[in-house]
Design a protein around this ligand. Structure first.
Ligand code: 9PG
Length: 780
């Protein structure tokens, strides 16, 4: 079915399968709703802030000009757009006072929303400063309406933070959002975004608005090549006062006859609301050409065990342990500490006496990708880089080098930011990429990337902060060449779309549950701790495989030097596994007990799938659901709070109708068969529950296994029933494994367990009360 275009005297409508759009012509008003009209927004406008500048510390100055009258309209009923084939309406709009706007609305027949773009033109005779473009502005007024199903008191707004370490939280209308303190604001928030406060929420790049579990709005920018963008919500408990999507133009001056285009905005309807983030990310990833690898990676990282004191010998020792264990990791990554100074990446620290090339060679010789950490937009004041090339440094308005941050981990603490619009910096980044590749590294963890998108007096003032950042990352990638894996960290997320294979999506993990004193110090929940890392893992789970591979940060399995309890380690490990992205361990592997090592193996390989998230009842969703092609699912519920929670599982809501067999992964046993719902008692603070849910459809299946947390969903290549109580099985998993599998049979005995041990693959026959096992391990 194609999109139907209806022209009337005073309006134009586009009707697709899933949404309807209406454009009123005088004055200009835009509406979008689902076919029933139960959810949607009516009476939105487009606007710009002119004769002012974006302000690096929040509020842009300038006057808001709003498009009012539609001058002329152009229809195209089937055009190619960045999001696929669509119908398009373009309108030229009159704006007072020597300014004109153009908007384009695109709707594909089965799209759950529309794409919106805005252009501002200077038709007058003098140059105009433009502070921001607003392709969507909704305020109450005549004909303005917002329909969000559910209870107004339960409405939530998804506030996505600026960069990897910034919290992402579902805010309740009227609540007081947390705000980073002044000294760290530059690290955690985007330069031009107004400060959030009670009554004014801000979300960077994208948001969702509605009641958890019901239908709501999805709103987010799908292009990110020039401007940092955000969505603002003016609100009080149960009420929306205004909703507005903006991109800061970073101080564009618009010459007479010139024009300026906003980033493209997605406005969609999401049912349920929790899918809004994925709905947007899918489109933003497609539009920006996100280089998402087909497979997730796993690895070892030096940081959370050795910190800046890492030495070549630490890496070597862990390489040897990896060989002994036969652990199937992809990457061995050296983190911060190998370099003589921040900025002097090719001059090794004393702990790396032979330099990096021999170590990279050894890593590769063991069959791993070699990974290295860089903070490519930073230079320590005392580094050779800053000394020899002071012209590389980003300056403030008075010409002084801008301090990107103070980091107590580094000598002197202070780090300056580089200005990628300087041709010398661009060339230097390209050669840095080339040289680390030549050393043998093909996995680069690029950190403290927010420093590349700071506002400042750039060498080329016409290049925006976001564009400067993208130019720098692109130069590094160009130098590193094809086949490189770039992992972003501390990265401005919107501006990074399309540039990275992998992306850290939360604060640092640590071998402690929470970090209350650090969080108080900086004002936001960004201290290194398992809880802060996990909160973002749940909140940003839908970004995985749409924008990049999500990096939830490392799993820490050690028992010594750790304040994490068994329960907390299990919650950390299972949540990281369900996130489906990178699985990276950061322990001294030889120190791990057999039990904890078994946990590592149970996370490998990565599940590799994008989980769906459950309703965001609290500040973040607390459920991750991974579905498999065989109709089964893994369901994880975590309690990141401090009070016990009731655990009820609604199987129908997960799409499981009919009798379901339930495997309790941690308890390693089958629960009673369930249909519709399952009452599971209570969940202690910091604990998680992981279940595998399998339709009881009369087939023989592995429903549980201690080989992998997938519990049979990943590790079984085939199962063939050979008669009552007998089956032939093929198992396949990388690495050396031993453990137990549980085979579910359609008739008595309903469950047969068998011990198995193998390297890579195993074929075995399981029989009623006995196992014929080629590995020679006796049955029980
Ligand atoms: C290396 C580390 C690890 C880690 C990164 C990042 O604000 N700060 O001072 C601050 C320091 C360190 C930090 C984040 C913030 O951690 O996330 O995985 O690579 O750098 O220095």
């Amino acid at each position: 079915m194609a999109v139907t275009v209806k022209r009337e005297d005073s309006s134009v409508s586009l009707v697709g399968e899933r949404v309807r759009v209406r454009l009123e012509l005088a004055p200009l008003r835009l509406s979008l709703s689902d076919p029933s009209g139960e959810v949607g927004v009516w009476g939105a406008r487009v606007a710009a802030l002119v004769d002012g500048k974006p302000h690096a510390d929040g509020k842009p100055s300038g006057t808001r000009v709003v498009a009012n009258l539609v001058r002329d309209l152009v229809f195209e009923d089937d055009v190619e757009t960045p999001l696929g084939r669509a119908a398009r309406v373009r309108a030229r709009l009159a704006v007072a006072d020597g300014l004109e706007m153009g908007i384009a609305i695109e709707l594909g027949s089965d799209w759950p929303g529309i794409s919106l773009a805005l252009e501002l033109r200077n038709t007058g005779g003098r140059a105009r400063d433009v502070a921001a473009l607003e392709p969507f502005l909704w305020e109450p007024g005549a004909g303005a309406r917002l329909a969000l199903p559910g209870d107004a008191g339960a409405l939530r707004f998804l506030a996505l933070g600026h960069q990897s370490w910034s919290p992402a939280r579902w805010l309740r209308l009227g609540e007081r959002p947390r705000l980073p303190r002044r000294v760290v604001r530059r690290i955690f928030t985007s330069p031009f975004v107004p400060r959030a406060k009670r009554g004014r929420f801000v979300s960077e790049s994208a948001t969702a608005l509605g009641q958890p579990g019901r239908a709501g709005l999805a709103l987010g920018f799908t292009s990110h090549s020039r401007f940092l963008s955000w969505i603002e919500l003016a609100n009080e408990p149960g009420r929306v006062h205004a909703l507005c999507a903006r991109c800061a133009t970073d101080g564009e001056s618009l010459a007479p006859g010139g024009s300026l285009a906003s980033e493209r905005l997605w406005l969609g309807i999401s049912a349920p609301l929790e899918e809004a983030l994925g709905q947007w990310a899918e489109r933003a990833g497609r539009e920006m050409g996100a280089p998402v690898p087909a497979r997730s990676l796993s690895g070892w990282c030096s940081w959370y065990r050795f910190g800046t004191r890492v030495q070549a010998e630490d890496v070597r020792r862990n390489l040897r342990t990896l060989r002994r264990l036969g652990a199937p990791l992809d990457v061995v990554q050296i983190d911060d500490g190998f370099q003589s100074a921040i900025g002097d990446w090719l001059a090794p620290a004393p702990g790396f006496p032979e330099g990096l090339a021999p170590l990279a060679r050894e890593i590769r010789a063991e069959g791993f990708r070699a990974g290295i950490w860089l903070a490519p937009f930073l230079a320590a004041p005392r580094s050779r880089l800053a000394q020899v090339h002071p012209e590389f440094l980003l300056r403030d308005a008075r010409g002084k080098p801008l301090t990107a941050l103070w980091n107590p981990d580094w000598p002197g603490g202070r780090a300056f930011a580089l200005d990628a619009t300087h041709p010398g910096v661009e060339a230097w980044l390209e050669s840095l990429g080339r040289e680390v590749r030549a050393l043998g590294f093909d996995y680069l963890k690029l950190d403290f990337l927010f420093a590349g998108a700071l506002p400042g007096a750039r060498h080329d003032p016409r290049v925006s902060a976001a564009a400067a950042y993208r130019r720098g990352v692109a130069a590094l990638r160009r130098g590193a060449g094809p086949g490189i894996f770039l992992l972003g960290c501390g990265a401005p997320l919107g501006a990074s779309i399309g540039l990275f294979e992998g992306m850290r999506i939360g604060p640092d993990v640590a071998a402690r549950w929470a970090s209350p004193s650090f969080d108080r110090l900086v004002g936001v929940e960004s201290g290194a701790s398992a809880r802060n890392a996990l909160a973002n893992v749940f909140a940003r789970a839908p970004l995985h495989q749409r924008l990049w591979l999500n990096d939830p940060d490392c799993v820490l399995l050690r028992e010594q030097r750790s304040k994490l309890s068994d329960t907390e380690v299990r919650t950390l490990a299972a949540s990281i596994a369900l996130a489906g992205g990178l699985v990276v361990v950061s322990d001294e592997l030889a120190e791990l007990s057999p039990e904890r090592l078994a946990w590592l193996l149970r996370m490998l390989p990565s599940l590799g799938r994008t989980p769906t998230v459950g309703p965001a009842r609290g500040g973040v969703p607390d459920e991750l659901i991974t579905r498999f092609d065989d109709g089964s699912a893994l369901w994880l519920r975590a309690n990141l709070g401090e009070k016990p929670e009731r655990l009820d599982l609604d199987l129908r809501a997960l799409g499981l109708r009919g009798p379901t067999r339930v495997w309790d992964v941690f308890a390693e046993r089958e629960l009673e068969r369930a249909s519709d719902a399952l009452s599971l008692g209570s969940l202690a603070p910091h604990a998680a529950r992981l279940l595998r849910l399998i339709p009881d459809d009369g087939t023989a299946r592995v429903i549980g296994s201690t080989l992998h947390l997938a519990s049979g969903a990943l590790e079984v290549e085939s199962v063939a029933l050979e008669g009552p109580g007998a089956a032939r099985l093929k198992l396949r998993l990388p690495g050396r494994r031993s453990g137990e599998i549980a085979l579910a049979l359609p008739s008595a005995p309903r469950l047969v367990r068998a011990h198995v041990a193998f390297d890579e693959a195993l074929e075995l026959r399981v029989q009623l009360g006995g196992v014929v096992n080629p590995s020679g391990i006796p049955d029980r």
